[in-house]
Design a protein around this ligand. Structure first.
Ligand code: KMT
Ligand code: NI
Length: 178
């Protein structure tokens, strides 16, 4: 499965793992309680994968595009990565399928502590609408990811604090219940 852990509070290079010592791992079950879900797929066949097709059909992931995050291919690379690493939420689920490379998704737990989720080739991860999160590459500085949406894409990110949105209240109610 997916590897996840609580991170330290150091501001040094955020592309490093930032594990606590001793490491404090987070299980898939704990992530599910936060509304984070995961599938492992065969990214070598993403263009024709029936398993991916089935997930897209079941979940209604009608939209998809592919982003390659690397200095020489992504316009405004530095600026975009800076935005991705600002703590934010969205009004829709963030659904990402890592086709190549590595990426960290950081999410807040119920006590507002950061959990780092390490994703690599074949990981399809969904972050629920309303969860505070951020994104960074690791020290390999490269990832290629499919971005999926139910309906049309909504890229807008609301930086924290964004507590007055209905979606945030809805997410907090879900957390209470889970
Ligand atoms: C976001 O909103 O955090 C992102 O889109 C992350 C980068 S896409 C792999
Ligand atoms: Ni996001």
């Amino acid at each position: 499965g997916l590897e996840a852990w609580y991170i330290d509070s150091s501001d040094e290079d955020h592309r490093m793992p930032h594990k606590l010592s001793p490491n404090q791992p987070v299980s898939l079950e704990e992530l599910q309680k936060l509304g984070v879900f995961h599938w492992k797929l065969n990214a070598d066949i993403y263009e024709t994968d029936p398993e991916l097709e089935q997930i897209r059909k079941d979940q209604g992931y009608s939209y998809m595009d592919i982003i390659t995050i690397r200095k020489d291919t992504l316009p405004n690379y530095e600026e975009k990565l800076k935005m991705f690493f600002e703590e934010h939420l969205h009004l829709d689920d963030e659904i990402r399928y890592i086709l190549d490379g590595h990426a960290y998704f950081d999410v807040r737990d119920k006590e507002d502590r950061w959990i780092r989720i390490a994703t690599t080739k074949g990981d399809l991860i969904t972050l629920p609408a309303g969860i505070y999160h951020r994104f960074t590459l690791d020290t390999n500085n490269y990832t290629k990811a499919m971005r999926l949406f139910v309906g049309g894409p909504v890229w807008k990110a609301y930086n924290r604090p964004a507590d007055d949105f209905d979606i945030r209240k809805k997410y907090l109610a879900f957390l209470q219940a889970s």
